[in-house]
Design a binder for this molecule. Structure first.
Ligand SMILES: Cc1cc2nc3c(=O)[nH]c(=O)nc-3n(C[C@H](O)[C@H](O)[C@H](O)COP(=O)(O)O)c2cc1C
Length: 173
């Protein structure tokens, strides 16, 4: 049950303590958690960009109104997909699912480390992607799925109870 509490306690955090850094060791651990996600045929078509530079975080916030909390964040991870990773088209089909699983692992790892984090969407919004592609020097074939702003929480948010018995269908709909 202790392990499941991590899942039930996860919540989006959008305000972070000013000046409290997230060390590179912690960022690496988060990305290690991301890379432990399940992946179709284990192609692992993901790439991760870790950003700690305050100027770059501000520039990302400026271009992404949906992720304005990047201004307060100590760091961010951009989860990217490489749809051309394999020759058989598996990554092309499944990169979004693989990278989403990696993202959830990062969010859960952040919760475990006492960090605040939130998934802010990029793909499939081409306008958002276009705005940040040059800033991050992204190769053309690489598609950013989301930005995860990170920091030590500066707000107390209760996890939402989303359980709805009526959404559960036993055996058949
Ligand atoms: C695909 C996806 C895109 C999201 N995009 C944003 C976003 O752009 N900005 C934001 O503040 N939150 C974003 N969120 C976070 C949701 O708003 C949040 O998960 C939802 O309100 C439920 O709250 P909880 O995470 O605390 O359970 C996104 C979440 C998902 C899964």
């Amino acid at each position: 049950m202790d392990d499941l509490n991590l899942i039930f306690n996860r919540k989006s955090i959008r305000h972070y303590q000013n000046g409290k850094e997230v060390g590179k060791d912690k960022l690496k651990l988060l990305i290690q958690a991301g890379m432990s996600a399940p992946s179709a045929v284990n192609i692992c078509p993901w790439e991760f960009i870790a950003v700690t530079d305050a100027g770059l975080l501000d520039s990302l916030a400026e271009r992404l109104p949906n992720a304005s909390m990047l201004r307060e964040a100590a760091a961010a991870i951009i989860v990217c997909g490489d749809p051309e990773r394999d020759d058989s088209g598996i990554a092309r089909k499944f990169w979004v699912q693989d990278c989403s699983a990696a993202t959830e692992n990062i969010l859960l790892a952040a919760e475990a480390l006492g960090l605040g984090a939130v998934w802010t969407g990029l793909y499939p919004d081409q306008e958002r992607i276009g705005k940040i592609r040059p800033l991050l020097s992204l190769p053309e074939r690489i598609i950013p799925l989301n930005v995860i702003p990170l920091g030590y929480p500066a707000e107390k948010i209760l996890p939402k109870d989303k359980w709805e018995e009526s959404r559960l269908h036993w055996e058949k709909w």
